[in-house]
Design a protein around this ligand. Structure first.
Ligand code: GDG
Length: 490
């Protein structure tokens, strides 16, 4: 907040993302409030609570329309309003083409090396363009000045920065791409690669989680566009407009809100043991994610299978609890993953389980944030085995949840988070045997070593928290605004 007052006086901040931070649903109990399972929302919501402004997003809840005013706005968080949420209503055809189609069957697999072939359909692309234009309209409507700071979020809006630049030339557009950017060869298969790169280069600043993703973007632009690239400063000039390409590793709020009021870890453990009917002396491994094929859920379950086969002493003791929140279930790749996970878990449970003990527990539903943190605090180890992941906030949340300095993080080397959390047990999720070995090592790790590793990781997440992520982007934006004003004045 202070940063905005000092460095960006009179600034107006607009955030635009597909997912909204608060969803109102109609249930038997009346209107209830849901916070979505989304890394983007988890990261940005505390920043908006601190800074204020307007968040523009797709209204997706069954009671969303009942809670907005005549301008489709509602103040949030409802219990303690700090900023405005402007809802944009999308038809089923728009959602099918823009969200399920081009964004999630095209761009999502294109950018993650997860071996799901991207699908590109002309009609999805048409909807993607049309929906980006609709959000551009909302931004222009919401902007009270001609020079707002617009924070564009994610791969749903690759065309939006250019559209904003055309209509509000004085705006500062800071775009953050929350998923990886692949190498030029891979990105080049997209039929609309030039339009996407051109759209993104309407930004003042374009941010990725890691330097590696920035370099991939520079390389793709170099390969496909007539532009000037300054590798030393990390900037691209296209048709006279310069965009800074920067890395800003995203993080979580410190301390996380969901940690407030949590019982001591021993009590969390007892609660989880009771809830899932586990043996009192169970060794608990957990995983928490959206049910997405990039997260390596099947590979993790296979590693538990391998471990129990090679070390039968763990039978009756080791339990792996997978909290998987259904996501994009309309798409074939997602429903197939759910079906296959349920099948494989059932087969492993039948093979290794017995006497009222099942090694794999699947909890397939949305969980309350408080419940997620209770699970983290109850665990001996948390397994994050993404096949590819921009950052991964679950790893950071697990570390933040362990104020007792216990518990072991097993982390995929293919998640951006592995660059910062190098004291985790870093694994290759494709290597089942070594994943199983890492789980075994975690279960045997002496308390002193757990503490040492956890302390270093906690320092890292505490210092490089999400406020720092936002502050670094806004400070860079402030510097560019000042520079631009000096240049324009002279
Ligand atoms: C994208 C990028 C990047 C999960 N299940 C439930 C639930 N969650 C919460 C977790 C966490 C969030 O969802 C997931 O965040 P991630 O970062 O792990 O993953 P994505 O959603 O794929 O996020 C990712 C991120 O954007 C930010 O830039 O890190 O690489 O893919 O907060 O706790 N939350 C609740 N119930 C659940 O059942 N309440």
């Amino acid at each position: 907040h202070r940063l905005l007052d000092e460095e960006l006086p009179d600034a107006e901040v607009l955030v635009v993302s597909n997912r909204e931070p608060y969803i109102h649903n109609r249930t038997d109990a009346g209107i209830t409030l849901q916070t979505p399972a989304s890394g983007l929302v988890a990261a940005l919501e505390p920043v908006m609570r601190a800074c204020g402004g307007t968040w523009i997003a797709h209204g997706s809840g069954s009671a969303d329309r009942e809670t907005v005013d005549a301008h489709d706005r509602v103040r949030v968080p409802p219990a303690d309003p700090a900023y405005a949420l402007r809802r944009v209503w999308l038809s089923e055809a728009e959602q099918d083409g823009y969200y399920y189609g081009f964004a999630n069957e095209g761009l999502w697999p294109l950018c993650h090396i997860a071996f799901v072939r991207p699908t590109f359909r002309e009609q999805d692309w048409q909807q993607y363009q049309a929906v980006n234009a609709r959000f551009a309209d909302s931004i222009v409507e919401e902007a009270g000045r001609d020079d707002p700071i617009v924070l564009v979020q994610d791969y749903h809006f690759a065309l939006l920065p250019r559209m904003i630049r055309e209509r509000l030339p004085r705006a500062t557009v800071v775009t953050f791409w929350h998923i990886p950017w692949p190498n030029a060869e891979t990105f080049g298969i997209c039929p609309w690669r030039d339009e996407i790169i051109d759209g993104l280069l309407g930004s003042t600043i374009l941010g990725f989680h890691t330097r590696f993703h920035c370099n991939n973007f520079l390389e793709a632009t170099d390969r496909f566009m007539e532009s000037r690239i300054d590798r030393e400063h990390g900037s691209i000039t296209l048709r006279g407009h310069e965009t800074m390409i920067r890395s800003y590793p995203i993080s979580i709020e410190w301390p996380p809100a969901a940690l407030a009021g949590q019982a001591p870890p021993a009590q969390c453990r007892a609660a989880v043991v009771a809830r899932y009917g586990l043996p009192a002396d169970a060794r608990i491994a957990v995983g928490v994610e959206r049910f997405d094929y990039t997260k390596g859920i099947l590979d993790r379950v296979a590693a538990i299978d391998d471990l129990l086969t090679r070390n039968p002493d763990l039978k009756g003791k080791l339990v792996y609890i997978q909290a998987a929140s259904p996501t994009r279930s309309k798409l074939g790749a997602y429903s197939a993953l759910q079906d296959e996970t349920v099948r494989l878990a059932g087969e492993i449970n039948a093979r290794h389980g017995g006497d009222g003990w099942s090694p794999i527990v699947l909890s397939i539903r949305h969980h309350e944030p408080h419940e997620v943190f209770e699970l983290f605090r109850a665990a001996d180890t948390c397994i994050v085995s993404s096949l590819h992941d921009g950052m991964n906030l679950v790893a950071k949340e697990f570390v933040a949840s362990r104020d007792d300095e216990h518990g072991v993080l097993i982390l995929s080397g293919f998640a951006g988070a592995s660059r910062e959390l190098s004291e985790a047990l870093i694994v290759n999720p494709y290597d089942t045997r070594s994943m199983a070995a890492a789980i075994e090592r975690a279960l045997c790790m002496p308390a002193a070593e757990q503490r040492e590793r956890m302390r270093l990781m906690r320092d890292q997440v505490r210092q490089r928290n999400v406020y720092r992520w936002a502050a670094q982007m806004l400070l860079d934006a402030a510097r560019l605004r000042k520079r631009e004003r000096i240049v324009t004045a002279s």
